[in-house]
Structure formats: structure tokens, C-alpha cells
Design a protein around this ligand. Structure first.
Ligand code: KG4
Ligand code: ZN
Length: 367
């Protein structure tokens, strides 16, 4: 079964084809047309530019991706498109294109939750099997979320940021230092030659049981520190130490909260995804902490951490596998949630539900 994925939730136009067969899921082609250079002069995403580029890219990229995957439009069985959350205007372009193509090709279309796409992106790696339950950490430019995935389409919100997303904090601090947009990769490059223990910035870890995040205090502390030392701004090592210390503060919080979430849900597996997971120091810290605690860790490969369409097509494949019907005339939803209202935020209900669904103690992996 050939599934075409289309992702236009923000400033990247993603088009991919995956093949779903008895042998599993195979990514045939995954192309992302980056708009970074166009948005960079503005220091962030300009919705009008993003729309114009999606409109230009899709009619060019879709035939190219099909050709590279060595299939024709008539070989497509399903079309999957991000329906939300994201920028309304960007989502509209992708949805209009995908749904028109689905009608013209007489194939079903699936609207996909972008966050569910990120959550399942680690399962795109060769030989990785999808097992529930697990705790998912999604860290991107727009989201910082800890979820308990009980089974397909049954997610409990364990924690989220109450202010900036982790990627947003990287982007804002990088901007303060005059680094190019998006700030995460640029800041990481500088941090590589810095000392992460040079400066002790606050780690926001409210109450042991609180799995929410807050990065605005850290961001403000770094800003005050930077502004207090104007004479050091030209000192490369000073800036590298500052980047490394900021990065370490973010990593410490992400790792500690993720492990606390696994412990709290009596889980055994942690799945990490989203743009910030490209960060090598974060990947290493997660690996180290999970090894120490005996937690199975699955991290998205760097190629599918940032926004891409392979994760959207793959989520449609899981939907098909779990018997979800495609919706007719689906619409976009810029504020689409990952959670059904029922068990949201209620850990005890989540534990009971996990027991009921699986008929065994929550936390045990499916065989
Ligand atoms: O998942 P993504 O492509 O888009 C959203 O859905 O938001 O994530 C983009 C975010 C940006 O904030 C970017 O700065 C951050 O991921 N990012 C990184 C790194 N690479 C990308 N943050 C830290 N270190 C990195 N290496
Ligand atoms: Zn994303």
C-alpha cells in the first residue's frame, strides 16, 4: 500500500511516500523543502511567505517525489495530510492540495495530527516495532509535551510547558546572541566548544509530582546575564560557555521530567521526538539516564526529528493498521489536541485505563 504524506503545518513543505506491507513500513521517499533562508531576515516564521512557498512547492514536489519513489499517481492508495495543529493558512494549502488530489485519484484521505506524527516518528527507523504503552516526550519549536500513550489514539497528557516551548527558548536565546534563525542548531554548534558547568542557570523543577515545564525564567536569567556583561560579547569562549550552560539547563529539566514521567506511570519505555531531539547533547543525556534507570529509549533519527511528511504518512499507516476509517471532507484544525477529553491529565484514571485495556499491569510492554 502506497501512502503519500503531505506536511505544511508551518514553514517546511514536506512530501513523502511510504510503503505499508506485511514486511512493515518502508519510507520510499521523504523530501522537505526548507524555507529557513526566506524567514531568517525576519527572525521567525512569516505566515504570508510560508503560504506562498507551500503553494509554489507542492505542485513541484509531489510529482518529483512520486518519480523518485518510482511510482505513478495511479499507484497511490491513500493520501495523508496534516490537519493540525499549526498555522491555519499553511494547513489550508496542504489540505486543499491533498484533498483535491485524493478526489482526482479516487483514493481515501486521512487528516493527521502533527503531534501524533512526531510521537510516532521514532518508529520510522528500520526494524523498530510499535509497542504500547510508552511515555512520549515531544519537544519542538511549538510544543513541549509529556504524554502517556496507552494505545493507538489513547493519549494522556502528563505535562506541558506553561510558557515557552523548549525549541522556542533555544530560538529566543539564540536571537539574543545574534545567532541565525532557527536558533537551536546554531546555539548547539557554539555550545559544543563550551563548558556546560560554567554558569549555573535556574532549572525550573516545581514540585516532584509536577510534570509541567517552564522555560521563561531560564530565558530571562540568560538575558539578564548577557546584558550585564556587554564587554564579553565579543569573547567567543565566553559565548560558547554561555550557550553550553543554557543548553545544559534545558537538557537537565527535559531528562529529569521525562524519567519522572516514566516512573510515575510505572512505565518501561520512553520515546523522544521533535526538532529539539536533533540536539546531540540531549540525545546523549537521555541515553545515559535511561541506561541508568533501565528504561528502554527510542529516539527519532535526526532526519525525522524536525517537521517532515514521512511521519505523517507513517501515522496514516498506523491508523489503517488499527482500523481507523478515513474521514470524508475533513477540515483543518489549527488548535487540534492530541488528547481525548476523557482521561486528560488524570494519572490515576490513566493507570486504571491502562490496566483495563491491556488486562495487565500498566508499564508492561506488549509482547
Ligand atoms: O519539530 P520542529 O521542526 O517544528 C515544530 O513542530 O515546531 O522543531 C523546530 C525547533 C526549532 O525551535 C529549532 O530551533 C529546534 O527545533 N531545534 C533544535 C535543534 N535543531 C532544531 N534545538 C536544539 N538543538 C538542535 N540541534
Ligand atoms: Zn513539528
Amino acid at each position: 500500500m502506497h501512502i503519500l504524506g503531505i506536511e505544511t503545518s508551518c514553514d517546511e513543505t514536506g512530501v513523502a511516500v511510504v510503503d505499508l506491507s506485511e514486511r512493515g513500513l518502508l519510507v520510499l521517499e521523504d523530501v522537505v523543502s526548507s524555507q529557513i533562508a526566506l524567514h531568517e531576515p525576519y527572525g521567525g516564521v512569516v505566515p504570508e511567505i510560508a503560504v506562498r512557498e507551500h503553494l509554489r512547492n507542492l505542485p513541484r514536489l509531489v510529482p518529483k517525489v512520486l518519480e523518485q519513489a518510482r511510482i505513478g499517481a495511479s499507484d497511490l492508495d491513500v493520501i495523508a495530510v496534516t490537519e493540525g495543529p499549526g498555522l491555519a493558512s499553511s494547513l489550508l494549502v496542504g489540505n486543499a492540495y491533498a484533498r483535491a488530489l485524493a478526489v482526482a485519484s479516487d483514493v481515501p484521505a486521512y487528516g493527521i495530527n502533527h503531534l501524533e506524527g512526531h510521537l510516532f516518528s521514532p518508529f520510522l527507523a528500520d526494524g523498530t516495532e510499535l509497542h504500547f504503552p510508552f511515555v512520549g516526550l515531544i519537544v519542538s519549536g511549538g510544543h513541549t509535551l509529556l504524554v502517556q500513550a496507552l494505545e493507538f489514539d489513547r493519549y494522556i497528557r502528563l505535562g506541558a510547558t506553561i510558557d515557552d516551548a523548549a525549541g522556542e527558548a533555544f530560538d529566543k536565546v539564540a536571537r539574543l546572541f545574534g545567532l541565525p534563525y532557527p536558533g537551536g542548531p546554531a546555539l548547539e554548534r557554539l555550545a559544543e566548544s563550551g563548558n556546560p558547568e560554567a554558569y549555573d542557570f535556574p532549572r525550573s523543577l516545581p514540585g516532584k509530582d509536577d510534570l509541567n515545564f517552564s522555560f521563561s525564567g531560564l530565558k530571562t536569567a540568560v538575558r539578564y546575564f548577557y546584558e550585564k556583561h556587554p564587554h564579553s560579547h565579543g569573547d567567543e569562549q565566553w559565548l560558547a560557555d554561555l550557550c553550553a550552560s543554557f543548553q545544559q539547563a534545558v537538557i537537565d529539566v527535559l531528562v529529569r521530567k521525562s524519567l519522572a514521567a516514566v516512573e510515575r506511570t510505572r512505565g518501561q519505555s520512553l520515546v523522544a521526538a521533535g526538532g529539539v531531539v536533533c540536539n546531540r547533547a540531549l540525545r546523549l543525556a537521555l541515553q545515559r539516564a535511561c541506561r541508568e534507570k533501565g528504561v528502554r529509549l527510542l529516539v527519532a533519527t535526526p532526519g525525522v526529528c524536525t517537521d517532515n511528511a514521512a511521519m505523517i504518512a507513517a501515522t496514516a499507516a498506523f491508523k489503517i493498521h488499527y482500523g481507523c476509517e478515513p474521514e470524508i471532507g475533513g477540515d483543518i484544525n489549527p488548535t487540534l489536541s492530541l488528547f481525548s477529553p476523557e482521561p486528560e491529565g488524570d494519572f490515576n484514571k490513566g493507570l486504571l485505563l491502562a490496566k483495563k485495556l491491556r488486562g495487565r499491569e500498566p508499564g508492561q510492554l506488549a509482547q
